[in-house]
Design a protein around this ligand. Structure first.
Ligand SMILES: Cc1cc2nc3c(=O)[nH]c(=O)nc-3n(C[C@H](O)[C@H](O)[C@H](O)COP(=O)(O)OP(=O)(O)OC[C@H]3O[C@@H](n4cnc5c(N)ncnc54)[C@H](O)[C@@H]3O)c2cc1C
Length: 429
């Protein structure tokens, strides 16, 4: 007989336990709570309000290695990575999901009504973004404005972060509707009996360096711990075929130049860009000052870190081939193929041309980063159209289930998927 340690203050079984409070988990929790369900949110990170600036962002960011010299960033805090993200909001690939038996069109319409979706007017683009745009257009690229999750009515000089929508808002709404949020609770695995998930095991921080293992029980368990964490939790819950086809890691980098005479202020990074082909995207990569400094210091460009106002940047993002998997030590690992490397080189040449044409000098390319892990959990293979794993009542809803072919910024898709899953679970209840 297994012995469980339950936090008595939590009471009995929940209707749903949501693991992680990024955009996907926050949406599921909000939607289920609004329908009167008893929801528990277990969040690994803290719930402190995030202050402006470099140190605050660095305190919640962590990196995971996914291959040789390839790391990806994530954020441990209520709201997940949306607390530090850029707020670019591509629409979900409806056709791709439809071919997998998932219709997100109703959820997208609902999200459009609720969220501050906008394209930025020219006067808010910033001189760096405009310089890069003019150069890209001049070279013949279809440099289009991106949809952003920014509330223009909340914009004030130097306070751009507050105008960006982030998933904390949905967590707060879930809590206002009665959901219980527990922070500093890292879920280790789902508790499974006779191929049915019945709860989770989590480690909770109870003192500066003290941790305790606890258990919580729910009728439905929803893993929304993010693209790198959820596959590990599934694997540790006994599912052996996760990442069986490998994964994508969407390598990306930024080409920077110094444009004499430019006097940049603040900028919404990612506000514009172009699809080069089926694999390569290029786009505006002019960071806000604090992030620019953090990025340059991380790239060991110590002098440049203090030259934000003259800097111009173009980002390159690639959809790489599926490959790699978990190593024996349990960590992700993949090697980029020759084709991937060729495409990255092509992207770099394009970005360099745009920067040069924008008057950029002293051009340098930042180290390669992985944007996130995709394709490790596949709809119709590892989960069904209810996002349910082979264990009954164990569902996955986060970036890890977005089909790897979708070359998108994930947040809006995750909000739609969160609404979709909540609809499915409510219908089944
Ligand atoms: C710098 C940066 C800029 C970005 N810009 C954009 C952008 O412009 N547009 C866009 O769409 N996307 C952007 N992204 C990506 C986007 O933020 C993420 O894709 C999105 O937040 C993923 O949502 P998620 O719900 O899958 O997981 P996450 O946001 O990663 O949330 C997962 C949550 O689960 C928690 N967690 C992790 N492990 C556990 C565990 N074991 N137990 C309990 N809790 C756990 C984490 O603390 C976190 O709060 C950006 C990301 C970064 C880092």
């Amino acid at each position: 007989m297994l012995k469980y340690t339950v936090d008595k203050q939590l009471g009995g079984e929940f209707d749903a336990i949501v693991v992680g409070s990024g955009p996907a988990g926050a949406t599921v929790a909000r939607e289920l709570s609004k329908r009167g369900q008893r929801v528990l949110i277990l969040e690994r990170g803290d719930n402190e309000p995030l202050k402006e600036g470099l140190r605050a962002a660095a305190s919640i960011l962590s990196t995971v290695s996914v291959g040789d010299n390839l790391v990806t960033a994530r954020a441990f805090t209520t709201g997940g990575a949306t607390v530090v993200y850029f707020a670019v909001a591509d629409f979900p690939p409806l056709e791709t999901f439809l071919s997998l038996g998932i219709d997100l069109s109703g959820e997208l319409e609902e999200a459009k009504r609720e969220l501050p979706l906008t394209v930025l007017p020219d006067e808010l683009l910033g001189s760096q973004a405009l310089r890069v745009r003019d150069s890209a257009l001049d070279l013949g690229y279809e440099w289009k404005k991106n949809m952003m999750l920014i509330d223009l009515s909340k914009l004030a000089p130097g306070r751009s972060r507050e105008a960006k929508w982030n998933a904390r808002r949905y967590v707060q709404e879930a809590v206002a509707e009665g959901a219980t949020l527990i922070n500093r609770a890292r879920v280790l695995k789902a508790l499974v009996e006779k191929k049915r998930a019945i709860g989770v095991e989590y480690e909770i921080q109870i003192g500066k360096k003290e941790f305790e293992i606890r258990h919580a029980f729910g009728a439905k368990i929803i893993l929304s711990a993010g693209a790198t964490a959820t596959p590990i939790v599934l694997r540790d819950s006994g599912l052996r075929n996760i990442a069986s086809d490998g994964f994508c890691c969407y390598p990306s980098f930024v080409v920077f130049g110094m444009a004499p005479g430019l006097k940049a202020g603040e900028n919404f990074i990612g506000c514009m860009g172009a699809h080069v082909d089926e694999y390569i995207n290029v786009g505006d990569a002019n960071f806000a000052r604090a992030y620019y400094r953090m990025f340059m210091l991380g790239s060991r460009r110590f002098i440049r870190a203090f030259c934000h106002s003259r800097s111009v940047g173009v980002g390159v993002a690639l959809k790489d081939e599926l490959g790699g998997g978990f190593q024996e030590d349990g960590r992700y690992h993949k090697r980029l193929t020759k084709e991937d490397i060729g495409r990255l080189e092509k992207g770099e040449q394009i970005a360099r041309r745009i920067i040069q044409n924008a008057g950029g000098k002293r051009i340098f390319t930042s180290p390669l980063r992985a944007m996130h892990v995709g394709g490790a959990i596949r709809i119709k293979e590892h989960i069904d159209e209810n996002l349910q794993t082979e264990y009954a009542n164990l569902h996955v809803c986060d970036t890890s289930v977005i089909p790897e072919s979708a070359k998108i910024t994930p947040t809006l898709t995750l909000i739609c998927l969160g609404k979709y899953l909540a609809n499915r679970l409510s219908q089944a209840a």
